[in-house]
Design a protein around this ligand. Structure first.
Ligand code: XIL
Length: 336
């Protein structure tokens, strides 16, 4: 038993893929810090490296948090994922506004983005093995291919290729990732493959697809969808990174908020779902290069405020006290 207590998730998966967690600067001490050091060999800044956080004003970068993450990672043999360059959220308006308060030109936004990418890559590329270059560019609405964003409006229809080329010019080593949610769902999978085929045909330096994996215990199509998605992306010659995994206790449309604790039935179902998911990841280990959880333990998760503000959720492998849940035991319970 003592041996089991020491069992490290990242070590157990050493021959498979990296095991990551999304982090904040207050995660580096106490129980969260111990969990990170024991079980993870990759971290992603949950917010600190987003454009609006790290570069809030044109002439001001705020590197403090990202630097602290890099220091922690370095001293604990952990690598980082860089999240994220081009996204419609958490990007300050100054990027898209000129000095007269009008919408900035394509040239100006390109110049700003290039400068931003250069500064971030120069500072972090020694520890970052993958960049989420473009995040969530596909439209969810049926029949529409791309999300209408300021980036797309200003940079033009081929902006995704342009952005990948900008990042590639600054970091030739890291994996460049297109990251999105629900991109294992059949319709979004088709849209994503359509986009990727065009990008690849045009020689865009895209290496991997990021499957965010914000999932839940009630999705009965998940496993079939996931296998099909991995096969489709792999057939394009791309690797897969699971970038923001959590398995919520609630179906996305379930807005009820009356639970203080997860029920035994929920915890058991969650363990089963995690078991099934990780079996698929292992089966496709040639293609899957990292699996990152969007948090460390149930003590803190963004799901506590999304999609229902203030509703406690328990989507991770460690409970609110940092103890292993049944889901953890199932994920490490394999002999291959
Ligand atoms: C979320 C963070 O977890 C929250 O703390 C923040 O308030 C909003 O963003 N897709 C992404 C992540 O790519 O960056 C998002 O992270 C969750 C959805």
């Amino acid at each position: 038993m003592t041996q089991d207590n020491k069992l490290s998730l990242a070590e157990k998966y050493w021959d498979y893929f990296k095991i990551g967690a999304a982090v904040n600067v207050n995660d580096f001490s106490g129980i969260q810090g111990e969990l990170l050091k024991t079980h993870f060999n990759s971290i992603t800044a949950e917010n600190a490296m987003k454009f609006g956080e790290i570069h809030p004003e044109e002439d001001r970068y705020d590197f403090e948090k990202a630097d602290a993450m890099k220091t922690f990672a370095k001293s604990n043999n952990i690598l980082m994922r860089g999240h994220t360059f081009v996204w419609h959220n958490q990007t300050s308006n100054w990027v898209f506004t000129d000095k007269n308060g009008r919408e900035a030109s394509r040239e100006l936004v390109l110049e700003r983005l290039t400068q931003h990418v250069k500064i971030i890559c120069d500072r972090y590329k020694d520890i970052v093995y993958a960049w989420d270059v473009v995040n969530e560019a596909i439209e969810d609405k049926s029949g529409q291919q791309y999300r209408e964003t300021a980036w797309r409006r200003i940079l033009g229809a081929d902006y995704i290729q342009t952005v990948f080329e900008i990042v590639k010019a600054q970091d030739r080593k890291a994996a460049l990732v297109y990251n999105d949610y629900n991109n294992e769902h059949p319709e979004k999978l088709e849209k994503t493959c359509h986009m990727l085929e065009i990008l690849l045909k045009n020689g865009t330096p895209v290496d991997s697809v990021g499957i965010q994996a914000h999932w839940n215990i009630r999705d009965i199509s998940l496993i079939d969808n996931l296998k099909r998605a991995i096969e489709r992306y792999a057939a394009l010659g791309l690797k897969i990174q699971v970038t923001e995994m959590d398995v919520s206790m609630f179906d996305f449309n379930d807005r009820r908020n009356d639970l203080k604790l997860p029920t035994d039935e929920m915890l058991e179902l969650q363990a089963q779902v995690y078991d099934d998911i990780f079996s698929v990841f292992r089966q496709y280990k040639e293609h899957v290069t990292s699996v990152t959880f969007w948090g460390i333990s149930d003590a803190y998760t963004w799901k506590d405020n999304f999609p229902v503000f203030g509703r406690k959720d328990w989507p991770l492998l460690f409970n609110v006290s940092g103890a292993k849940k049944a889901a953890f035991d199932r994920v490490v319970d394999f002999y291959e």
